[in-house]
Design a binder for this molecule. Structure first.
Ligand SMILES: *Cc1c(COP(=O)(O)O)cnc(C)c1O
Length: 656
């Protein structure tokens, strides 16, 4: 047992609690300066602000915006989509490639496409096509349904429609006919057997599609999607397959239509070195295809342009060790060099950047319904209580007697805390063996938590980030019950341990005194958020505020615009949340361009083949029987039916 004494070595005279908390402290704590730039920041009121047009446009107070949406009966949980951010991201991508083309005096162009699978929402795709019109920005489809979107929405004859994914004869025929309609679809051969279907569809229709080939690169990628390349990857042709495909196209008189080489390294490339290798390899394949007599003209570097979710600029899973400009420079410089050294004209460069375009534009805001916290009560212990409890009380009192002005040394802190934990374990063992009852066990737990609280008050500035302190704070951590479903709104946090920036959107001028994680509304024990960004690392607890009865506590999940919506599921029958599209006006205000209503309970029931009317009728008959039996009053039966009927029309989330 540690002997309690004053620490011999003072660490300075201010404990970590003494300075006033500012919004700058919050910005640093939540990494906002790192990942939020240029769109998200904090104002003097301690609210998160949004600059949808980046540095150049007006600023919105996110908390005020949420309140005003609530005023329009669009309460939380709410998905807010900033269409100006979408446009700004597209501008930046285009700009980065234009700068690189100028800097490296690249003789070709850049022409991007949006991979529809990243976010298929109508308003998102339409917005991107509208904003991208000036550069003939196109779409990439990975399935027949996505092809339908691309065919119907992209009307510019110069815009590319990249047709990826598995293709049957009808898919290919559709692409050929669309070319005659004046569109620019490129059928990318991803499987060796597709070339025969292309040949037979072309013979059938007496017309050919534009053709591309997806190459399986040998360059290894890294990160979660690293196995999207390499010999065992799902898509793409090996070099021998490419050679025989070229042969078959030549024999069928279709080699003239082979114009594009495609590769895709997998999403969220963390390390730029991986990209450089792939670009060199793909460049050589491009050169060889030209030499074999294909006209070529396009090189499509696929997706994978990463998002720096934690702003750490590292080659870790929630980050990237490069910027958008670095990426564009590498693509342009590497391929420029390759073509120049072989004296062939440089291709039009295509990227299928999805994540990098749509991640930033949507913010999910949810409210906290309650907090599960450890008890703050300190029980009184008498001499009649068991030795274990008396030991714990003594430990607690000894800590309480320590001055709060001379901080405790780390090693000593740990020693005292170990004592408390040991006594708590003893209490648990005694309980299991039947020596103490529930009441004593409760007291032991309360005293242990009390020890942690008293120790924290005496930690010095120097140790404020130490593991020892984190251990203490974790012992007191709270569960924040959140009004949303992980499985619906943030599925990747569950499925692939993806990290998104998560933080309160207000009270940021107040010191967050609690550590906590989030539990969602589902009955699934996986339905929780317990991993948070931490500047290149990951932490399991987030600094949060104590709930204030007078005000809803609102949390934002940021950078979730890519993949989350469509991957989300109806687990526990939680449906979509309300979504709003916000556009800045020329006067610096905003307007709500579109409202996409949340799924009602009727919607999600019908999705599972239940008929809400039928369910209501069964309930009505049950109430009728209960009325006959005298168990239910008519007025209560009506109240029950009213509740259920109203509920069917409302969203699946809890109301304020
Ligand atoms: C998924 C996918 C993309 C999009 O990748 P991001 O990392 O979101 O940019 C692009 N191309 C292909 C072939 C894909 O499968």
């Amino acid at each position: 047992m540690a002997e309690i004494a004053f620490s011999g070595k003072p660490f300075g005279d201010s404990s970590h609690n003494s300075h006033l908390w500012t919004v700058e402290d919050s910005a640093q704590l939540y990494g906002l300066d790192l990942w939020g730039n240029p769109y998200f920041s904090i104002n003097k009121l301690g609210h998160v602000t949004v600059r949808p047009k980046g540095e150049s446009g007006g600023t919105l107070d996110l908390k005020a915006l949420v309140d005003e949406m609530e005023g329009r009966n669009l309460g939380v949980p709410l998905l807010i989509r900033f269409d100006d951010i979408l446009e700004d991201r597209l501008d930046r991508l285009q700009d980065a490639f234009q700068k690189a083309i100028a800097q490296y005096q690249y003789k070709g162009n850049y022409q991007g496409v949006f991979p529809v699978k990243c976010n298929q929402q109508r308003h998102v795709v339409e917005e991107l096509i509208a904003c991208g019109k000036k550069w003939s920005f196109g779409l990439e489809a990975g399935s027949k349904a996505e092809l339908l979107i691309a065919l119907a929405l992209v009307e510019d004859p110069k815009s590319l429609l990249i047709c990826n994914g598995y293709k049957d004869q009808r898919y290919i025929e559709t692409a050929i006919l669309a070319r005659q309609l004046g569109r620019r679809p490129v059928v990318v051969i991803e499987q060796p057997d597709e070339v025969q279907r292309i040949i037979s569809a072309s013979n059938q229709l007496g017309a050919a599609p534009l053709i591309g080939i997806r190459v399986k690169l040998a360059s290894r990628s890294s990160g979660r999607w690293g196995n999207s390349v390499g010999e065992t990857s799902k898509f793409g042709l090996s070099i021998p397959d490419i050679l025989s495909t070229v042969d078959e196209l030549r024999k069928a008189n279709l080699l003239n239509e082979l114009q594009l080489l495609h590769f895709h390294l997998g999403s969220q490339i963390n390390n730029i070195a991986v990209l450089k290798d792939a670009l060199q390899e793909a460049g050589q394949v491009y050169v060889e295809l030209s030499a074999l007599g294909a006209p070529m003209g396009y090189l499509d570097v696929g997706g994978g342009l990463g998002v720096d979710y934690d702003g750490s600029r590292t080659a870790t899973s929630a980050s990237t060790n490069y910027s958008l400009q670095n990426y564009a420079n590498d693509v342009v410089a590497t391929l420029g060099e390759c073509c120049e050294s072989h004296s062939i004209s440089p291709p039009t460069l295509i990227s299928e950047s999805g994540r990098a375009i749509v991640s930033h534009f949507s913010v999910l805001v949810f409210n906290v319904l309650g907090v599960g916290t450890v008890s703050k009560e300190i029980p009184s212990i008498s001499e009649n209580d068991s030795l274990i409890l008396r030991n714990l009380r003594d430990t607690y009192e000894n800590i309480s007697f320590l001055s709060q002005d001379s901080p405790i040394e780390t090693s000593f802190l740990q020693e005292v805390w170990n004592d408390a934990l040991k006594f708590k374990d003893d209490a648990l063992t005694a309980f299991r063996l039947g020596y103490i009852g529930l009441a004593e066990r409760a007291k032991a737990e309360q005293l242990t938590w009390g020890c942690a609280r008293e120790l924290i008050k005496r930690v010095s500035v120097d140790t404020s980030h130490s593991n020892e302190l984190m251990n203490l704070r974790s012992a007191l951590a709270s569960t924040y019950y959140a009004n949303f479903s992980i499985f619906r709104s943030a599925p990747d946090t569950w499925a692939i341990d993806q990290l998104f920036p998560v933080m309160p959107i207000h009270r940021l001028d107040e010191r967050p005194t609690q550590l906590g994680h989030f539990a969602d509304l589902t009955c699934d024990s996986d339905g929780k958020l317990t991993r948070f960004i931490d500047n290149g690392r990951c932490k399991t607890l987030l600094d949060l505020h104590e709930l204030d009865d007078s005000e809803e506590y609102l949390i934002g999940m940021f950078l979730g615009g890519a993949y989350q919506e469509v991957m989300g599921s109806l687990h526990n029958l939680f449906g979509t949340t309300n979504a709003v599209h916000i556009r800045m006006t020329s006067k610096g205000g905003y307007q709500v361009d579109h409202v996409v209503r949340a799924n009602t309970k009727s919607d999600v029931l019908e999705a599972m083949e239940h008929d809400p009317n039928h369910l209501l009728e069964r309930l009505r008959i049950a109430t009728e029987n209960a009325i006959q039996g005298g168990a239910l009053k008519i007025k209560d039966a009506r109240l029950l039916m009213d509740h259920v009927e109203t509920s069917l029309r409302q969203s699946t989330y809890l109301n304020r």
